[in-house]
Write a protein that binds this ligand. Structure first.
Ligand code: ZN
Length: 173
């Protein structure tokens, strides 16, 4: 899902990041013997404990909210940053557009070409220290390490549909 959309928020166009990588980065620093407290990772992505995740943690968002019977099929799912996801919550699309939005980013010199949400760092650190992985992290590792053999990003038609929709919305806003 994230890979399809180039790890960019569908709504505000900000780069998003794969949250567990921050946990592993924090662990790496700890392992090196440094004792200072770090606000890299917090289980609830709270600003106080993890400001980067509070802003840019990657979330899979339901375009039509799950609670409004929006399906969990790929066509109804979109990559979102934590802030847009929090703002949108369960609002139906029509209502959500009336809410104050995070101003979408526009790249003056083009869009990110190879941003991966730091997922590659996650794969490297998780493979190095697989003992501490939660079951969902193991699943992610399986999926994300599969990326290594894919030389080109998937050209699944959905990615084009979503990008197209995102562009259109950016213009409308
Ligand atoms: Zn966003």
């Amino acid at each position: 899902m994230f890979r399809h959309e180039g790890w960019v928020c569908t709504w505000c166009n900000r780069p998003v990041m794969f949250a567990p990588v921050m946990k592993f980065l924090e662990r790496e620093v700890r392992k090196s013997g440094r004792g200072e407290r770090l606000s890299y990772y917090h289980a609830h992505w709270a600003r106080a404990g993890a400001p980067l995740l509070d802003e840019l943690g990657a979330v899979i968002d339901h375009v039509e909210a799950h609670s409004a019977r929006g399906p969990s099929t790929e066509g109804n799912l979109a990559t979102a940053c934590a802030k847009c996801n929090g703002r949108k919550s369960a609002a139906p699309m029509a209502k959500w557009h009336e809410r104050p939005q995070r101003k979408p980013i526009k790249g003056k010199y083009g869009e990110p070409q190879h941003w991966d949400g730091l997922s590659c760092v996650f794969v490297i650190l998780a493979q190095r220290d697989p003992g501490g992985l939660t079951s969902s992290e193991k699943e992610w590792l399986k999926v994300l390490s599969g990326d290594q053999v894919i030389a080109e990003p998937s050209s699944h038609s959905l990615s084009y549909a979503v990008r197209y929709r995102r562009k259109r919305e950016t213009i409308e806003l």
